[in-house]
Design a protein around this ligand. Structure first.
Ligand code: PLP
Length: 451
């Protein structure tokens, strides 16, 4: 099939129903600020920061100019046995923003690579300290840590795992999810507006009393969680959850990894989710907003303690010995690092994290006031600059209702993200109240039409 001046026969689209897409193509050809232009000349509001990436909005000149200048100066340089000036500067800026003693940045190119990198660091760290037997990972049901084998194994979204069976990492267990619609107490928290739910039930008792004793805590390398469960549909942990998780990990010498690919760089109004919750993990995984999505980049920020242990273990090794056999050809790519530096400067100059924090309640207010009570709406959760509206699934066809609503919104000029039967908005931090009114109003109309 041809479409305008391009053919659509050869691209296999990721995480997309390809057959239905071919009947109803959604193709962007330009973007500016809060809007896309489609191939057929329509304007569409980017209600999801293009998969949580474009915090500063589209087509930001300072980022574009930095990329162009970098291309004309140092286009690429080997990442092994040498580096480049922009990689050191970007790492310095990221470390300065990171909490606690998280000071050592291992660059990669995506959130998926960050997940696998962090898991490998955890194993290597324990081995360096003489605890190589610590090789069990604990993730959480419905967690998302990308699509590579490590991240997929600790991840807990059934559809992403189903086909890969025995190819998943064997030494992995999963904690309960932070929301159970059938649990009477959780059901009482279907509507969350810019607050942390308070539960009587301690859902981490399962980790303490069942999972850790089962494996013996001395065998566990790391626990990995998203501070707020993003891809599952913006599920917010109960008050005190992450603090208690930190305490449990500390008690047993287990590393705590926060996957902040979504919550990192401003989404909650703070640099990291770790800051929002006042909990310092041992590693933070990042990607997406670090370059405003413009150039692929990911990374893992490790604590000094981890780095020092890895270096210390090689104290008596000859000088040419590599301490960690891991890295990517494009780790710390100079063009990506130039984009990151310009992005982080722009976030700072325009105070965009604070703006995300201010606009979050505006988005939440709109969603709770215009959408609560509409047909099939069974929950609304807002925190930071993101909100999820949960719909009752069509019997036997999970995800269908939200997919139909997503399509309807798109045709009406608003990009919303469907995640299961959730519809999620996570707009760029530059969003204005008028955009929010259009986004939420369009979603409300589509939900009515889908009833
Ligand atoms: N981790 C989390 C928490 C994510 O939300 C995502 C992507 O949405 C990833 C990892 C994977 O990132 P990527 O798609 O860049 O590989």
């Amino acid at each position: 099939m041809a479409y305008n001046d391009f053919r659509m026969d050869n691209q296999w689209l990721p995480f997309t129903p390809n057959r239905s897409f071919a009947q109803d193509p959604r193709v962007f050809v330009a973007a500016e600020g809060m809007h896309f232009t489609t191939h057929d000349g329509r304007q569409v509001i980017d209600g999801i920061s293009s998969l949580w990436c474009v915090g500063a909005g589209h087509n930001r000149k300072p980022i574009n100019e930095a990329i162009k200048a970098q291309l004309d100066t140092l286009d690429y340089a080997t990442a092994f046995n040498a580096s480049n000036d922009k990689a050191f500067r970007a790492a310095e800026m990221i470390a300065a923003m990171a909490p606690g003693d998280l000071n050592k940045v291992l660059f990669c190119n995506s959130g998926s690579e960050a997940a696998d990198t962090s898991l490998k660091v955890a194993l290597a760290y324990h081995r360096a300290r003489g605890e190589g037997h610590r090789n069990i990972f604990i993730g959480r049901e419905r967690g998302y840590h990308g699509v590579n084998f490590g991240g997929m194994s600790v991840g807990g979204i059934p559809a992403n795992r189903k086909v890969y069976g025995a190819a998943l990492l064997p030494r992995v267990d999963h904690m309960r999810f932070i929301h159970d619609p059938l649990h009477p107490e959780h059901a009482g928290h279907a509507y969350i507006h810019n607050q942390q739910p308070v539960w009587n039930e301690d859902i981490l008792l399962e980790l303490e009393n069942r999972i850790l004793p089962l494996h013996d805590p001395s065998n566990v390398a790391a626990v990995i969680v998203e501070p707020v469960a993003g891809s599952a549909g913006w599920y917010i942990p109960p008050q005190g959850y992450l603090k208690r998780l930190r305490e449990i990990c500390d008690k047993h010498g287990i590393l705590l990894i926060f996957d902040e690919v979504i919550t990192g760089f401003g989404r909650l109004g703070t640099a990291f989710g770790a800051d929002f919750y006042g909990v310092v993990p041992d590693m933070i995984n990042f990607a997406k907003c670090v370059t405003n999505g413009v150039i692929p980049m990911g990374g893992v920020i490790c604590s000094d303690r981890i780095y020092d242990a890895m270096m210390g273990a090689h104290g008596s090794a000859p000088g040419h010995a590599i301490e960690f056999f891991h890295g990517y050809t494009y780790s710390g790519h100079p063009v990506a690092c130039a984009a990151a530096i310009a992005t982080l400067e722009l976030f700072q100059r325009e105070n965009l994290f604070a703006r995300a924090g201010e606009m979050g309640p505006v988005l939440g207010d709109a969603a709770h006031s215009l959408i609560k009570g509409l047909p099939n709406v069974i929950g609304i959760r807002s925190l930071g600059l993101a909100v999820a509206v949960e719909l009752a699934p069509v019997a036997g066809l999970p995800g269908k209702r939200a997919y139909d609503v997503f399509l309807d919104c798109f045709h009406k000029g608003v990009l919303v993200r469907n995640a299961g039967d959730n519809l999620v908005f996570a707009p760029p931090y530059i969003v204005e109240k008028s955009h929010i009114e259009t986004m939420v109003g369009t979603l409300a109309d589509a939900i009515r039409r889908a009833a």
